[in-house]
Write a new protein. Structure first.
Length: 164
């Protein structure tokens, strides 16, 4: 935890340079910390800080790619590099896929325990910081982080199951 606390700001700045958005960078760093913790339980990395930066970099790049793909679903005129190619409208298939993903996300959020759902909604839709969520729910910042991360993980599993 000391490693995370000492380098959190630098990690967020690093991720922000890749994803281009500070709020998304915060999410990337939180997810990286969870993955780092899980990996460290199995085997402690030789260079923990370097490993953590690598996890942040990989997640940030993956997130940026995912946003580009999602933008192309909404607007097929988006080129692979994120720029506009040709103005157009979504195909009926992409609209149907988008509606289905939204339905799955709504169902996944409804399955969450109330406290987890509230934390996730506050963070992702309300733009609240973890300390604000913690104060609202009467929990520690660490617990607020865990609630948001658990909610995100659940929604990801339900909307995009592995081996689709």
């Amino acid at each position: 935890m000391a490693l995370y606390i000492a380098h959190r700001g630098e990690l967020v700045n690093y991720a922000s340079g890749i994803v281009g958005d500070r709020a998304r960078a915060e999410d990337v760093v939180q997810e990286a910390w969870l993955r780092f913790g899980a990996a460290a339980e199995r085997r402690a990395p030789e260079e923990p800080l370097g490993y953590l930066y690598r996890v942040v970099r990989n997640l940030a790049i993956d997130g940026r790619r995912r946003l580009t793909r999602e933008a192309r679903v909404v607007d097929p005129g988006i080129a692979a590099d994120g720029g506009l190619a040709v103005a157009g409208h979504p195909t009926p298939e992409s609209e149907a896929e988008g509606r289905e993903e939204l339905r799955l996300l709504q169902a996944a959020m409804a399955e969450l325990p109330e406290r987890t759902r509230i934390a996730l909604e506050m963070h992702r839709f309300g733009g609240f910081k973890l300390r604000e969520i913690a104060a609202r729910l009467g929990v520690s910042v660490t617990v607020a982080h865990e609630l948001v991360a658990a909610g995100l993980a659940h929604c990801r599993r339900r909307v995009r199951p592995p081996h689709e």
